[in-house]
Design a protein around this ligand. Structure first.
Ligand code: PLP
Length: 454
């Protein structure tokens, strides 16, 4: 690191999320300067294929002018207005209408927020408000899953089911419970079929609800495909079985589509891919291709009506964010959705996604690959040192960390979720770019094999 370089100044002045602060001070950051399609470039001009679409989010790639122009136009017309009390503005109205129309199941209302965490936090508050409005104050518990990622605010981090997000923060909050994840590769018992595993997970959920008392459980939260927990694709019948349990006890279902929404799984929503019928949909990230911080909660009447019922006598909905439904963010989201539709990017994600899944599965025979999993344009390569025992190094994440560092040296930005390498490229990728990506991963796996053999 040169003195006074961007890297040195970064180390001097920034505390980064998801770093070990001291290790970061030695290594310094990769400073990105500009973007073009699915690529980003550092200050030296080195090009990187962004195999994570930033943070699972830049669907349209890194230089979509139409999004910039939409933001500019809205900045000139009305750079800010809010939606508190009885105020509104055109872009948020148009976007709310669009999201209700796009939703995969009948929905009626949209509440705007600024990030995935804020949105999930808000859903928890809406659920509490609703239970109070219904005269069921005891019904406040929610169930999430181990390995889930729903954000990092105190409540959304509690929904998250990853030790790093709980440990040292005194979380989860007491009313937030966790049941097992649908990770068949890691959690399936020896000899168990995927179908039997899905049944077991549904039975465990049922048992948890019984233990806690069905009339204390308000909602279940789930990502259609779990992202940050390691790209966990559920067994085919998993969601049907889970929904049957929730219906039995009249429990609301919240689908966190923050990663899956807007084409990622090869359909507009992950809920369509898995036949999920949620009461609430949470969207963010790809809604603006992350060009503007934005999120939204889309809900049905079952969720909305008790909140709207003035006879509940619990007062106004005392919740909302200054920038929620920001006009510039709404305008960018509308343009982003328009481009996704005009260019047929959901169908493109389905077609190229199938190609990508096929090409990545060619790596399964490699001695360091335990499993390749994924759907549409999201995948993970689970690295192992012992295929039979499905284990990597003694320190979880050590092997994955080496792989993602070596990929970065080869000009590919990926992310290791412990020893699973996540792949989630912009939706606009081409076949040739997928071929280059697979060649780079294959090269790294071979280099690693040579390293491990030493
Ligand atoms: N939900 C899911 C499924 C996510 O993947 C994320 C972030 O990765 C979040 C919620 C939190 O979003 P944010 O980082 O915008 O708060």
């Amino acid at each position: 690191m040169l003195p006074n370089s961007q890297e040195a100044r970064d180390v001097a002045y920034q505390l980064h999320p998801y770093t070990n602060a001291r290790t970061h001070q030695q290594a310094g950051p990769l400073v990105i300067e500009r973007g073009e399609g699915p690529y980003v470039f550092d200050a030296s001009g080195k090009r990187y294929f962004e195999a994570m679409a930033g943070l699972w989010s830049v669907g349209l790639g890194f230089n979509e002018r139409r999004l910039v122009e939409a933001a500019h136009k809205q900045m000139l017309a009305l750079p800010f207005y809010h939606t508190f009390s009885a105020k509104s503005h055109g872009p948020s109205i148009d976007l709310a209408e669009k999201l209700v129309a796009l939703a995969p199941v009948p929905m009626s209302k949209v509440f705007f927020t600024n990030s995935g965490s804020e949105a999930n936090d808000t859903v928890l508050k809406l659920i509490a408000y609703r239970s109070n409005a219904l005269g069921q104050p005891q019904r406040k518990k929610v169930i999430s899953r181990m390995r889930a990622y729903h954000g990092v605010t105190i409540a959304s981090a509690s929904l998250t089911g990853l030790p790093n997000n709980h440990r040292s923060f005194d979380l989860p909050l007491p009313n937030i419970l966790h049941t097992g994840s649908p990770h068949f590769y890691k959690d399936g018992a020896p000899g168990e079929t995927e179908e039997a595993f899905a049944t077991r997970r549904a039975e465990e959920l049922d048992a948890l609800i019984q233990k806690e008392g069905p009339d204390t459980i308000a909602a279940f939260f789930g990502e259609p495909v779990m992202g940050a927990g390691g790209v966990i694709v559920p067994p085919a019948t998993y969601w049907d079985k889970i929904q049957a349990v929730l219906n039995k006890y009249d429990i609301l279902l919240v689908a966190d589509e923050v990663i899956c929404g807007f084409g990622r799984t090869g359909k507009m929503f992950g809920c369509e891919t898995y036949g999920i019928k949620p009461d609430v949909l949470v969207v963010s990230k790809q809604i603006t291709s992350s060009y503007f911080p934005f999120s939204a909660i889309i809900m049905n009447d079952r969720m909305f009506e008790p909140i709207a019922d003035e006879s509940n006598k619990i007062g106004v909905l005392g919740h909302g964010f200054t920038a929620g439904g920001h006009p510039v963010g709404s305008a960018v989201a509308l343009e982003n959705l328009k481009i996704i539709e005009e260019r047929g990017l959901v169908a493109h994600a389905a077609e190229l996604g199938a190609y990508m899944q096929g090409r990545l599965r060619e790596l399964t025979s490699h001695p360091l690959v335990g499993e390749v999993r994924g759907v549409g344009m999201i995948a993970a390569i689970e690295l192992v040192l012992d295929k039979g025992r499905k284990t990597a190094a003694a320190t979880p994440g050590a092997v994955g960390g080496i792989a993602s560092r070596m990929l970065q040296e080869r000009g590919v930005i990926s992310r290791n979720m412990l020893d699973a390498i996540a792949i989630c490229p912009p939706l606009i990728v081409t076949k040739a770019q997928i071929d280059d990506l697979v060649a780079a991963i294959s090269g790294v796996l071979n280099d690693m094999k040579a390293e491990v053999a030493k």
